[in-house]
Design a protein around this ligand. Structure first.
Ligand code: CP3
Length: 345
């Protein structure tokens, strides 16, 4: 299941290096765009925005229209799946997301996994509308949070914590954590299958909180559950490429690349080109990893770093992207400048 399409992005994900890398930017749809802010002001709240296909479609298309990005990323959020599972999710200005906290695996699973995915029908509607409106050579990337990062939000109740609660579950209640993640894996698999059926050309798994874990725990909460999810997706008939983004994986990246079954890896801001080249298979596509803060500052150092990253991955399948999401204060001219440098050398 899943069309391969003819886009540059899909070709690179298929293992063919491009002379100039295809480019898109994480969080490209959003608050750095005045047209997004205008649209956003019309929604009751952020969840409502995500669940209104006309608005989410427009937000997805905005950066493609303005910049001619090689890919669109579905406008949604990694926490929608928790909302669909029946945990309350709220996005508070200045505080970030707040999720109804769970104390055990039993607090989840009141909604069967497939039913949770069914509840996200507006998202699939957005995917099919976007796919119908996108130029044929522009790929549509669907996504979900990874099992660990999604579970962590349910355990911690919010993202701006020191994460010690979820880490202590990993050390002290590994079976309870595994039960939570198994349920998240099942719901996420259904969710992603439905995105592909609706027209997503590639999938990305955001593991935003993979950073800093001890290696034994990294294997248990990142590598093993991600492998399980990718295996399940393949068993369910998904053939599109899967980009795994274990942010902050550092020295664990090679093991992640080798053992999870992902097609490609997203590299974060701290990724080191020489390490990536020495430790990942030569044919494995990589995506990344310009510092979003340098993108705000701009100037000659930005030009030089863009050229440096393009040169560093010459000859390997490489998708140019940021090392983390674009910031709201990013000047549009700097994004345009990056595209010009990549496309014109
Ligand atoms: O261009 C795109 O990438 C749009 C789709 C998208 C959003 N969130 C929209 C969004 C994607 C792919 C995400 C992923 C996401 N969401 C992640 C993984 C990537 C990462 O940043 O590590 C995480 C951890 C979340 C959870 C989340 N959602 C947080 C922590 C916040 C609050 C912080 C913030 O940036 O405001 C959100 C809200 C959110 N998700 C916004 C957008 C555009 C801002 C809400 C608004 O505009 O009012």
């Amino acid at each position: 299941m899943g069309q391969t399409g003819t886009s540059k992005l899909i070709s690179v994900l298929g293992g063919t290096p491009a002379k100039r890398p295809p480019v898109w930017m994480m969080r490209q749809a959003g608050r750095h765009l005045p047209e997004y802010l205008e649209l956003r002001a019309r929604a009751r709240d952020f969840l409502d925005f995500c669940y209104t296909p006309s608005m989410a479609t427009e937000a997805t298309l905005q950066p493609v229209r303005r910049y001619g990005m090689d890919a669109a990323i579905l406008f949604a959020d990694i926490l929608l799946i928790l909302d669909a599972m029946g945990l309350g999710v709220e996005f508070e200005k200045g505080v970030g997301p707040i999720v109804q906290q769970i104390d055990s695996a039993a607090d989840l699973g009141t909604v069967p996994a497939q039913k949770a995915a069914d509840r996200l029908a507006p998202v699939y509607e957005t995917v099919s509308r976007v796919r119908a409106e996108l130029p044929g050579d522009t790929a549509l990337v669907g996504f979900a949070g990874s099992p660990w990062t999604v579970s962590l939000y349910a355990i911690e109740g919010r993202g701006k914590t020191d994460k010690s609660l979820a880490w202590r579950w990993a050390h002290g209640k590994p079976d309870e954590l595994a039960a939570v993640m198994d349920y998240v894996i099942e719901a996420t698999a259904h969710y992603l299958v439905r995105q592909v059926e609706a027209g997503a050309n590639a999938l990305m798994l955001f593991d935003s909180w993979a950073e800093g874990l001890p290696d034994n725990i990294f294997r248990e909460v990142i590598i093993r559950p991600t492998a399980k999810l990718v295996t399940l997706l393949r068993e369910m008939g998904v053939t599109v490429p899967v980009i795994g983004f274990p942010r902050g994986a550092a020295a664990m990246l090679p093991e992640y690349a080798e053992l999870t079954g992902v097609t490609a890896v997203g590299l974060d801001t701290a990724a080191v080109p020489s390490f990536v080249k020495a430790s990942l298979p030569a044919q494995m596509p990589v995506q990344g990893h310009l510092d979003p803060l340098l993108l705000i500052e701009g100037g000659e150092r930005l030009d030089a770093r863009v050229r440096e990253l393009v040169a560093a991955y010459q000859g390997r399948p490489h998708i140019f992207n940021l090392g983390h999401g674009i910031r709201p204060e990013t000047p549009i001219a700097n994004v345009e400048r990056v595209l010009k440098v990549i496309r014109e050398g």
